[in-house]
Design a protein around this ligand. Sequence first.
Ligand code: HEC
Length: 128
Amino acid sequence: MRSLAIASLLVLVAPTAILRAQQPSSGPAADSILVTPATIESGRKIFHGVGTCVTCHGAALEGSAVAPTLRAHQWRDATDGELAPIYHVVTHGVPGTLMVSHPGGISDQMAREVAAYIWAVNHRGEKP
Ligand code: HEC
């Protein structure tokens, strides 16, 4: 258990595991999004729980009849599947579609975590 804790700590401080998405404009999106094991795990819980994402996007992010996959694909709204665009979609929705802003009533902080999770599944080989 102790070695596991030390291992997670090492992952946390390893610079490659941390990505800061900085946006120049003001507002919540201007805050940096940290991709750490803790935010990924938290985002996973939100995706499969309170955020209700799983009902439309599938347990493995594979998509469904009503919503697109969130694995690598031709991203329609979240440009190139990058972190900040994913966060933008989650906090603004896609007007005129089933994708509402802040699904499940999640906070901006939760939206950051769920964005970090989706990004990490695609870019860090994290399990969905
Ligand atoms: C009620 C169904 C529904 C729920 C719940 C839902 N989505 Fe979506 N989502 C959609 C649909 C439909 C689209 C595609 C919108 C369009 O037509 O462009 C979408 C698009 C997206 C995209 C952009 C995909 C792309 O190709 O660019 C992301 C990212 C996303 N959703 C994340 C989430 C997250 C994270 C949650 C949970 C916090 C969530 N969605 C909850 C239906 C849903």
